[in-house]
Design a protein around this ligand. Structure first.
Ligand code: SAM
Length: 330
């Protein structure tokens, strides 16, 4: 007989309660995931207009689990699955979540660069569902004091992020706004961001950036890089998920010149193409250090092409190469 794991149990409870709420409150599944997450966090049913029978059914399902017995990673993973299901159902086609295969690798890199610090401030200016940021926070559990900030323009995604953070007990400060407008976050030690790629429609706001396009709309991913550097401390590190073609477009020379002035490129690591539906949309991790009195140019930037995450032997060999790079350059 197949035994049901704790994680599956939690997934089933979130999934089934979201279905019940979606049906009765006429919400999309993903909106109902946010509602049921709130209920779980508050330990009560917050939707007043539900029928008594639905309230009873919900309570029975919530009572079947004890959240305090779950690890942060178990809660994040269960939420990741329901959110993925919700996003796939397509009510919100533009919404994306960073998968934890990428998040875990980024967590490893962040730890390698700054893991010996006791306190750390970290910002994700396109926090979305919070999956990337909380994967990294869970990975950095050895750091004693972690202060984190998440910004997103999408109110549903940021609601999911804040529920995710509450359930995992991460005291993240969230801002629901356009990250390219004025951002009230003091410079941080580390910025991480799965950049939104495309054109930024607000030319007035874009005109405040050095990386604005000479004509037409600017690339939002370029403006995000500039804004992130502005909100990172001198000598601090930035980890971006960027299109593979970042340095090949017609705006690239300007980006290159700007980066030379304000930052040091520490690495460019191509993610396995198998992670992306279309090779044209392949992505890489760009690692920068903001220039400052202690910033240091590596002998050579960390350049690598990652094998499939499932290929353990090749992945171990890659980790060894990366460790080697660290021993020679850090
Ligand atoms: N890392 C996120 C996660 O794990 O869910 C996913 C990030 S997704 C690739 C990019 C995010 O950028 C989306 O959540 C989108 O709403 C957000 N975004 C796009 N333009 C924005 C802007 N101008 N200001 C703030 N957020 C923005």
């Amino acid at each position: 007989m197949k035994t049901v794991s704790k994680l599956e149990n939690l997934f089933t409870v979130i999934n089934e309660t979201a279905d019940l709420i979606a049906k009765e409150c006429q919400l999309s599944y993903i909106e109902a995931v946010a509602e049921t997450g709130e209920n779980l966090f508050h330990g009560s049913i917050l939707q007043e207009d539900l029928s008594e029978i639905t309230k009873k059914n919900l309570k029975r399902k919530y009572d079947s689990i004890n959240l305090s017995t779950f690890e942060k990673e178990e809660i994040r993973k269960a939420f990741q699955i329901v959110i993925l299901k919700g996003l796939k159902e397509g009510a919100h086609p533009n919404h994306q979540m960073t998968p934890d295969t990428i998040g875990l690798f980024l967590g490893y890199l962040v730890e390698k660069f700054v893991g010996n610090q006791k306190t750390l401030t970290i910002l994700d200016p396109a926090v979305g569902t919070g999956n990337l940021l909380t994967t990294i926070l869970n990975y950095l559990s050895k750091i004693e004091t972690l202060e984190s900030y998440g910004v997103d323009v999408d109110d549903l995604l940021i609601k999911l992020a804040y529920i995710n953070a509450n359930l995992q007990e991460h005291p993240i400060q969230f801002f629901n706004q356009d990250s390219l407008s004025r951002l009230l976050v003091d410079p941080v030690d580390v910025t991480v961001c799965d950049l939104p790629v495309g054109y930024y429609p607000n030319d007035v706001e874009a005109s405040n950036y050095q990386l604005k396009a000479m004509e037409g709309h600017s690339y939002s991913h370029h403006l995000f890089i500039e804004q992130s550097i502005k909100h990172t401390k001198e000598n601090g590190y930035l980890f971006f998920i960027v299109p593979n073609s970042l340095f090949e477009t017609k705006e690239a020379p300007k980006l290159n010149q700007y980066l030379k002035e304000v930052a040091i490129i520490q690495g460019f690591i191509q993610l396995p193409l198998s992670l992306f539906k279309d090779e044209k949309h392949g992505k890489s991790i760009l690692i920068l250090q903001k220039r400052g009195s202690e910033s240091k140019q590596p002998k050579q930037a960390l350049l690598a092409q990652l094998p499939k995450f499932s290929n353990i032997t090749a992945m171990n060999a890659m980790m060894k190469q990366i460790d080697q790079w660290f021993s020679e350059n850090k």
